[in-house]
Ligand binder design. Structure first.
Ligand SMILES: *[C@@H]1O[C@H](CO)[C@@H](O)[C@H](O)[C@H]1NC(C)=O
Ligand SMILES: *[C@@H]1O[C@H](CO)[C@@H](O)[C@H](O)[C@H]1NC(C)=O
Ligand SMILES: *[C@@H]1O[C@H](CO)[C@@H](O)[C@H](O)[C@H]1NC(C)=O
Length: 231
């Protein structure tokens, strides 16, 4: 556990050292912000630029990305819905698709969460794999799956370690909302999360269920921003 924390602290330090604007540095709380997910050194992840490192959050800009996604799954458990969807998507990359084509595994696996209104209702989850560059722009089709094309996207990110559990994700999302409130990003984020969408968020997971060290998970709030916006 000590080694685990030291690793994060080291990355944390490095992220401090590489940041150019001292007044915007995160507080000295050891938040897991700015860790490059180790999985992305081994398998393909969508590339991004870090635009800003804040107190408990990071703002990234992804260029256009493509995702292969399930239909909305109604479930009371994000963990359960993600497991079901993972098997379907894993089958897809193993060749259960219109071209019987194998596709490389990527990271992260993202789950778009639309929480339910009542305490006992099923929430809605859309689970996606990132489509490798090699298979863009026309990945094979498959029944029950669809392709999502995202234009350039800004994302507010909060990282957390360990195994994702249902009780924790809502709290992590709330912490992310709280940490961006009142910053230069809050107007743009509020605009994307108003009305019916005010409680949505994405959970990104980078590790297989069998890895027990250096696990990286993230909450994402995607939002629109004028391109070329500079701080
Ligand atoms: C995103 O695209 C811009 C413009 O083409 C490029 O300068 C930048 O390096 C790209 N960033 C990443 C992370 O690929
Ligand atoms: C392949 O995908 C279909 C859905 O299109 C599913 O019904 C079937 O069970 C899958 N087959 C395997 C071997 O996973
Ligand atoms: C909520 O999200 C959906 C799907 O992304 C979008 O079509 C709709 O316009 C959004 N509603 C608001 C009020 O932003």
């Amino acid at each position: 556990m000590a080694a685990f924390n030291n690793l994060f602290n080291l990355s944390f330090l490095l992220s401090l050292l590489s940041s150019s604007n001292l007044s915007l540095l995160p507080g000295n709380h050891g938040e897991k912000v700015g860790v490059f997910p180790p999985t992305c050194n081994r398998i393909e992840c969508p590339s991004y630029d870090v635009i800003h490192t804040g107190n408990g959050f990071e703002i990234r800009r992804y260029n256009s990305t493509m995702w292969i996604s399930t239909s909305p799954i109604d479930d009371i458990s994000l963990v359960g819905a993600t497991r079901t969807a993972f098997l379907r998507l894993f089958g897809y990359i193993q060749g259960n698709n219109s071209n019987k084509q194998k596709i490389e595994m990527t990271a992260p696996v993202i789950t778009e969460v639309k929480p339910s209104d009542g305490p006992f209702c099923a929430s809605s989850f859309v689970v996606s794999f990132y489509v490798p560059k090699e298979n863009q722009p026309n990945p094979p089709s498959a029944k029950g799956l669809h392709v999502q094309k995202w234009g350039p996207t800004y994302v507010a990110v909060r990282q957390f370690g360990g195994f994702v559990n249902d009780d924790q994700v809502g709290e992590e999302a709330a912490s992310l909302y709280a940490s961006v409130a009142g910053t230069i990003w809050s107007d743009a984020i509020d605009k994307s999360y108003s009305g019916e969408n005010s409680t949505e968020y994405i959970v990104a997971q980078y590790n297989s269920p069998f890895e027990f060290r250096n696990r990286v998970n993230e909450i994402w709030l995607t939002f629109d921003m004028e391109d070329g916006f500079a701080i």
